[in-house]
Design a protein around this ligand. Structure first.
Ligand SMILES: Cc1ncc(COP(=O)(O)O)c(C=O)c1O
Length: 444
């Protein structure tokens, strides 16, 4: 393979010429466009040789850091030992992975293994519809569950698009993409996070198959559930015969080994996982109650839910995930305590700097996931972010930090991620850069 010897401008030119949109996932399109060529541990290197401490983590999968040596070794070993994509019958590695997943997350009585979080959410919805014989879905504003039609509402709609806060009530569907059929749009009901009254309002009026949500909104920063919210959803779903589906693609394995559900003490019917479950390799998981998961092999063909995929349980990804889970489980989850300490140092350090600089701001945090909101208090939903957050300061700060070698994704409200590879020295460097960036912005 050709070594990467091109300069950033040449690579950007080639991308623009041959790739529709210039980059292979349009969620990655941001200004500035930096061409990264290498990543190791907590560090990214760009095509011009600049180094950055990475808090983007590719939208969060790299809980152990980039190119973790044990994960790389497990993948290399799998290839050398001849773990190929057999594509016929069960394999040792998919059985081992499924066993580890069910041991880690108690609500997973059975799992299926796919390649992405989007696939997992599509299957969760298909299962919920088959189980309930209903079609509609409730999902919160500010959530993201993948790119497909059934979850295709805008993640960060403007106030003009959704209108002012209503409760109890629902918001107009704002599509994230052209091409989503109207009939699908009508099946998706958007309410605010932390608003049980609105969930019940919709449950009373529509035949709801499932309430599908991230238990912590982590695609608009970090919006935590208020005490009683997730338990309240559990109770409402049971009362109205809907399934509760937790999208733990971002929170899973990052919040805790048992997912955020183990932190909240709420047991969903179905959960989906991705990202940190394989530390950067493409793997998605859908799992939950045995009798629901058994629909994948229901004797009655009219009730049977199809799951299929040439690359499901791909050995490279399975090897990465097995190694990741074994590492996370080691010494009774000791690694979580280390990441927690580093994350706490970073976030409390940022709050001190904000206070010293007289800037109104708070840091919302769920374990190693964090977001700085330029608000008086941590927001409870998307409307609170729209009303109170200083989006312009957020963007300027991200740009200034990038110029100082600290990489936050340059779109306001995007969650930051700390990894096991971030050191005390990285945090010191980041806090110094943060202090300097705020000062520079205030001086402008
Ligand atoms: C909460 C959540 N669910 C689902 C997805 C979709 O996962 P993937 O990009 O692997 O399809 C994402 C991706 O960012 C996500 O953040």
């Amino acid at each position: 393979m050709a070594a990467i010897s091109l300069q950033a401008e040449q690579i950007l030119e080639r991308s623009a010429r041959y790739i529709a949109g210039g980059v292979v996932s349009l969620n990655r399109k941001a200004d500035p466009q930096i061409v990264f060529t290498q990543a190791r541990g907590s560090r990214l290197t760009d095509a011009n040789g600049n180094e950055y401490i990475d808090y983007h983590a590719a939208f969060a999968p790299h809980l152990l850091g980039h190119n973790h040596p044990e994960i790389t070794a497990a993948v290399t070993r799998a290839i050398e030992e001849g773990w190929s994509l057999i594509g016929s019958g069960p394999t040792f590695w998919e059985a081992r992975l499924a066993e580890l997943l069910c041991r880690a997350v108690p609500s997973l009585e059975r799992v299926q293994i796919v390649n992405t979080g989007s696939e997992a959410s599509a299957y969760a919805i298909r299962l919920a519809r088959a189980w309930t014989s209903r079609d509609d879905i409730i999902t919160p504003l500010g959530g993201y569950n993948g790119w497909h039609d059934d979850v295709g509402r805008a993640v960060m709609p403007s106030l003009e698009q959704v209108g002012p806060r209503v409760s109890p009530g629902e918001y107009p569907f704002v599509p994230i993409s052209a091409g989503i059929p109207l009939s699908t749009q009508q099946r998706i009901h958007c309410v605010n996070f932390n608003d049980l009254d609105s969930v019940e309002y919709v449950l009373r009026r529509h035949r709801i198959a499932c309430v599908l949500l991230e238990p912590v909104l982590q695609n608009v920063g970090v919006v935590l559930p208020e005490p009683g919210y997730l338990a309240g959803l559990r109770e409402l779903c049971d009362r109205y015969g809907a399934l509760l589906v937790f999208d733990e693609v971002k929170t899973g394995f990052r919040s805790a080994l048992g997912g955020y559900q183990s932190v909240a003490g709420v047991r969903p019917d179905i959960s989906i996982f991705g990202k940190a479950v394989a530390n950067g390799y493409p793997l998605g998981v859908v799992g939950g109650r045995k009798e629901i998961m058994d629909l994948f092999d229901a004797p009655n063909p009219a009730k049977r839910v199809l799951i299929a995929g040439t690359y499901n349980g791909h050995p490279v990804n399975a090897a990465a995930s097995i190694a990741t889970l074994e590492l996370l489980m080691r010494n009774d989850g000791a690694i979580y305590r280390d990441i927690e300490a580093v994350s706490d140092r970073l976030c409390s350090g940022i709050e001190v700097i904000l206070a010293e600089a007289g800037v109104v701001g708070v840091v919302a945090r769920n374990a190693s996931a964090f977001c700085i909101y330029f608000c008086q208090a941590t927001p409870r939903d998307w409307h609170a972010i729209l009303a109170d957050h200083d989006f312009s300061l957020d963007k300027r700060l991200r740009l200034d930090l990038i110029s100082r070698g600290v990489y936050f994704f340059p779109i306001p409200c995007k969650q930051g991620s700390v990894s096991a590879a971030h050191t005390s020295a990285d945090i010191d460097f980041t806090l110094d850069a943060f202090r300097a960036a705020l000062k520079a912005i205030q001086a402008r």
